[in-house]
Structures are given as structure tokens and as C-alpha cells.
Design a protein around this ligand. Structure first.
Ligand code: 5GP
Length: 116
């Protein structure tokens, strides 16, 4: 058995963390270091997938569930518009190797990070 990730430990109640939503297979917490007015992490309950590429290959419907929950939470906690980000690999800033979507919303402005 792999060591429980920090997110698994939050899900299990071993360390504090505000769970803002939970479905059968996915949960969401507030990021401890928010980078936007609303900064949530949407996380599969399984820690089997280390990053979004592994998840897309292994269980695309679970990835779709994460995006659906992100959409619902952006509507519930902000104006419905949101940015979703998956850091993938240490070189891209990933520090927790239990796949998670950063969901940023609320007063982002109209300018995109890329393009636009
Ligand atoms: P990564 O760098 O892997 O893409 O994202 C990991 C995220 O987890 C970071 O944004 C970081 O702030 C967040 N994080 C790390 N430890 C904790 C924690 O104990 N509680 C919460 N709520 N977020 C955490």
C-alpha cells in the first residue's frame, strides 16, 4: 500500500481541511494557499492516479466527474466562470502526486493566462 497522500489524509479526517463538496468518487477542498478569490482543489477519492495524464488514460469518466464538480462549485461559490489547471510533473510545479484540479474563480478578470 502506498503512503496516504496529504489529500487522502484530509479526506480521512487525519489532518484538518475544509471539504466543501463530496460525491461518491470525488471531493473538493479549499487550497491552503489560495491564488484567486476562490481556489478549490477537486480530487478523486482514489489516489491511484498520480497526474491528469494517468487519469485520462486510466479512467476518463472520473476526469469528467472532476470537471462537472468544478463547474458546479464555480456556479455555487462564484459567478460560474472558472479556470482549471493541472500541474503535471515536478518541472511544472506539481508537488502532490495524487491528481487534483486547481479550480480558480471569482474576479479573475477577462484576460486569459494564455492567448486572448
Ligand atoms: P500542486 O503544486 O501539486 O499542483 O498543488 C498542490 C496544492 O495543494 C498547492 O496549491 C497547495 O497549496 C495545496 N496544499 C498543500 N498542502 C495542503 C494542505 O494541507 N491543505 C490544503 N487545503 N491544501 C494544501
Amino acid at each position: 500500500m502506498a503512503e496516504p497522500s496529504i489529500f487522502t489524509r484530509i479526506l480521512q479526517g487525519d489532518i484538518p481541511g475544509e471539504i466543501v463538496a463530496e460525491t461518491e468518487r470525488v471531493f473538493a477542498i479549499k487550497d491552503i494557499s489560495p491564488q484567486a478569490p476562490l481556489h478549490l482543489l477537486v480530487i478523486p477519492k482514489t489516489q491511484e492516479y498520480r497526474d491528469v495524464a494517468a487519469l485520462a488514460a486510466g479512467d476518463p469518466s472520473l476526469l469528467a466527474e472532476m470537471i462537472t464538480l468544478a463547474n458546479d462549485l464555480a456556479a455555487e461559490h462564484a459567478d460560474g466562470d472558472f479556470r482549471v489547471l493541472f500541474n503535471t510533473g515536478a518541472g511544472a510545479g506539481q508537488t502532490v502526486f495524487h491528481v487534483h484540479a486547481h479550480v480558480l474563480a471569482g474576479g479573475l478578470g477577462e484576460k486569459s493566462l494564455v492567448g486572448g
